[in-house]
Write a protein that binds this ligand. Sequence first.
Ligand SMILES: Cc1ncc(COP(=O)(O)O)c(C=O)c1O
Length: 400
Amino acid sequence: MTLSNGIRYLATPGPSVMPEEVLRAMHRSAPNIYFGPLHDLVDGLIPDLKRIARTSGDVAIYTANGHGIWEGALCNVCRRGDRILALSTGRFTEHWSEVGARLGLIPELIDFGRRDSLDPSRIEEALKADAAHQIRAVIVCHVDTSTGVRNDIAPIREILDRLEHPALLMVDTMASLACDRVEMDGWGADVLLAGCQKGLMTPPGLAFIWFNEKASAARERSDMATPYWDWVPRTRPQGFYQYFFGTAPTHHLYGLRTAVDMILEEGLEAVWRRHEILASAIWAAVETWGEGGAMELNIPQAHLRSHAVTAVRLPGGGKRLQDWLEANVGLTLGMALQIGGPDDPRSEGHFRIGHMGHVNAQMIMGVLGSIEAGLEALGIPRGEGAVAAAAKVIAEGAAG
Ligand SMILES: Cc1ncc(COP(=O)(O)O)c(C=O)c1O
């Protein structure tokens, strides 16, 4: 006997749940890539991708994942030996800076820890110390998916401007685009990155780089833009094949078109608000469980938390809980990455809940009710009333 048969919920922070509409749009035979509707589809996607990133800049589409466009973005704007400043609030900016080092760049990493956001004074100090303006780019994750922190990006632009420092501001929005408020131009970001497998609700395989004129000027002095990563032909194509430097990722494009239509139909502001309410419901539940046990939100301050992924600390219990949920109720939670990584003994017991993209209130209530069942089954001490606390948030949110 099992209680896990039925629709499984992959509540991991990417890949996220894919809408049936997206999957159906992809389920078709191969299209003509030389002319016809596929070309129109791509021409139409480009302005819509810019709307979602809130920019009037350019966007290049790649057949790639997040690791790919980390490399692609740096290649377009740097020269080998350039210095970059990496602002780390979790593993992902760290990894991006390691990619930079392997490309021949010289990263300087400021570590803000695993439970907090950026400290502007330390960023200012590092940039002030660079009087010769050797730092070419500041790289940062808007949301670091490993810790669940959401960083404020506009203050970094304010510091750069105040110091008249010319470094580019490059922002990874892999885990926030179409979930949390992202405003590329409003923030003053020069380069923005994202993939399709989280808020954009499409199977992994596409990734995007948005860039403004300042980043285009940096492209002129770059000596690392290899043919595949070069964003110039992809954004100024002489023929359709240049959009993708080869065969177009046809079926992903159909899926993405449908996902983007769904997002724009709901409205970006409504999408952001939905994520905010659902995230608040999860936090209310975790806080209530924490009143009678060891469970704790990784990011203590609510205004610094992502609305798309929540990292939870449950020393000694989380792995058992994940295994129980997987085996018994058909729910997959994200593994712990917030400390050293899944193999770090200090991570033992922590977990993450992905609540990004195609997620609604009943799915979140199902996740929380299932966790309650798991805690009960495993005899893990906890506060009473967590699911009711979440239900209250949902009820209030639904009422507007
Ligand atoms: C913030 C962030 N950046 C980059 C990546 C890397 O993306 P990928 O796994 O598609 O290479 C991830 C993956 O989860 C991420 O969350």
